[in-house]
Design a protein. Structure first.
Length: 170
């Protein structure tokens, strides 16, 4: 009985430390990735995982940007080629691409197929830019790097809630 109480105390203390850490630190970095030749950013808490594209099962009568269904650790994900969905490029051929798995709290088993992940990008190294007038509601902010590259931060929640995103059938 004593060891169970100690484990419970440990879990409680750990939970309190995590709450303090989250409350005191503003998110200072985002996950960077490339899709359609453009640079994108997303909060880590909006992505469940980044994985190499497993075998995709094509879905009949689907829009060209809906590239199929993937099984990742026993869960099925509907896979959208982000660049094709946004009209930036044709769907990528099978190859060395990655999937960003959308966090399950958004209520959809969706994955975005991207060209490649770039790792974490510190916001302190980017300067904010005004958003274009035609910016979509899922475009949270626009940034420019020291190397003059443009970055667009996306809201995964707003993107996957778009009616067009959810209507993959023809």
């Amino acid at each position: 009985m004593r060891s169970k109480q100690s484990l419970r105390d440990f879990q409680t203390q750990l939970a309190e430390k995590l709450k303090l850490a989250q409350g005191s630190n503003e998110v200072s970095s985002k996950l960077g990735f490339v899709a359609g030749g453009k640079n994108w950013l997303v909060d880590l808490d909006q992505v469940n995982e980044v994985v190499t594209v497993p075998g995709l099962t094509e879905a009949p009568w689907a829009r060209p940007w809906f590239v199929g269904v993937a099984s990742v650790r026993g869960a099925l994900y509907g896979c959208t080629d982000l660049a094709a969905f946004l009209g930036l490029a044709e769907p990528m051929p099978a190859g060395e691409s990655r999937l960003l798995l959308v966090h399950p709290r958004f209520g959809v088993n969706a994955a975005l197929r991207i060209e490649h992940a770039l790792g974490l990008r510190a916001l302190s190294e980017l300067r904010p830019e005004p958003a274009p007038e035609a910016a979509a509601n899922w475009e949270i902010s626009h940034w420019r790097g020291a190397d003059d590259q443009r970055w667009v931060e996306i809201s995964m929640q707003n993107l996957v809630a778009m009616p067009g995103f959810l209507e993959a059938g023809l």
